[in-house]
Design a protein around this ligand. Structure first.
Ligand code: SAH
Length: 345
């Protein structure tokens, strides 16, 4: 059994409380309400003290705490979250017109090694459990969050079972009951897992990190492109759309190399017959790669050319650049990219 109590849904919690602690099932409802509100055990006043003591001994009740919180000039909040084993992960809370979006992490570190991304700089440490993902939402202030993006550190589909479990927990009507339409899973493109996720019928949005239009160029940016071709990845994205009916978001970092007229033509070919929107992402610096970012003018010209080619797109507003807003940057700063070193000053 998991030590992290939030890994359980209300039915599982009821079973634990009635079978293990021999208390009436209504206690599970009381406990779950407090846990989802992020309330400390000593404030769960309607639960008997001896039960609280036992739960506190047997479980991690509050798996995600705030180690550091930085607020950007634009209102973006970057969290450095601490886990029960002293690992650190990041979350970013962004304020948009339509509400607050939390960008959360799915792994400590990452195996994928995309050259522009800081998440994997210290290597891969471990997967997060479903309850640790839910804990990020709770600790960041669930009641004020309307949208979730699984775009923090880690590759969600490389931690498939826990991510699916989390998606079910967070959309559970007896839990936080968040709308599946307001949740996006971002992936570097693992075709089999994309198809499997489609078949789960959860109905969340899929964001595909494409970043290049030829296998050769994609391989320079993303090691995973050596395993799966763009053709295979796009085929799985088409399958995702066919099964879920959800329009696919394609994420595309803007570099000098991948924003030519040829790329416009290729993007038109690749997205033909696939309802999609391209999110153009200004490259966020701070990593050690030698890729050259586009200027603002080049980015705008590329966006205009895509529009002329009738390809729906938008340039993503960069938020939180003054607080190491992009994936892994804040954690990389604090852990010195070394696993286990957790010295916050
Ligand atoms: N592993 C998943 C989710 C995490 S990254 C994925 O690959 O999609 C979320 C998005 O931010 C991805 O599109 C990723 O490629 C992009 N990203 C990472 N570092 C970046 C940087 N420094 N500048 C711009 N985009 C970045």
């Amino acid at each position: 059994m998991s030590k992290i109590i939030l890994d359980n849904n209300i039915e599982e919690l009821t079973q634990i409380l009635t079978e293990r602690y021999k208390v009436p099932s209504f206690r599970a409802g009381q406990l779950y309400k407090w846990l989802l509100a992020g309330v400390d055990i000593c404030q769960m006043t309607d639960i008997p003290k001896d039960l609280r003591t036992k739960l506190d001994e047997d479980f991690v009740l509050n798996p995600v705490t705030i180690s550091k919180k930085l607020t950007s000039k634009d209102g973006t909040i970057k969290f450095l979250f601490g886990l029960h084993d002293n690992n650190l992960i990041e979350g970013v809370l962004m304020n948009y017109k339509h509400g607050n979006t939390l960008c959360l992490s799915t792994q400590v570190g990452c195996k994928m090694g995309c050259v522009f991304c800081a998440s994997g700089e210290g290597g891969f440490v471990r997967d997060l459990s479903a309850g640790e993902m839910l804990g990020q939402v709770i600790t960041a202030g669930a009641k004020d969050i309307s949208n979730l993006v699984l775009m923090g550190s880690g590759e969600p589909l490389d931690n498939y079972d826990n991510v699916v479990k989390f998606l079910r927990l967070v959309t559970d009507e007896k839990g936080l009951n968040m709308s599946r339409r307001n949740i996006s899973v971002s992936t570097c493109g693992l075709p089999d897992k994309i198809k499997k996720l489609a078949d789960e019928k959860i109905g969340v949005n899929l964001s595909l990190s494409l970043h290049a239009t030829t296998d050769e160029n994609r391989q320079k940016l993303m090691p995973i492109a050596r395993t799966y071709s763009i053709a295979e990845v796009m085929k799985s994205a088409k399958y995702y759309f066919e099964v879920t009916g959800r329009r696919i978001t394609i994420e595309y970092c803007l570099t000098k190399e991948n924003t030519t007229m040829f790329d416009v033509k290729r993007l038109a070919e690749l997205t033909k017959g696939l309802p999609s929107h391209i999110n153009l992402i200004p490259l966020n610096g701070g990593t050690k790669s030698n890729i050259i970012a586009c200027t603002k003018e080049q980015a705008q010209r590329f966006a205009d050319r895509l529009i002329t080619a009738k390809i729906s797109n938008s340039i993503r507003r960069s938020l939180g650049t003054d607080i190491q807003g992009a994936c892994g940057q804040l954690r990389a700063k604090f852990v010195g990219c070394k696993e286990g070193k957790n010295d916050l000053k």
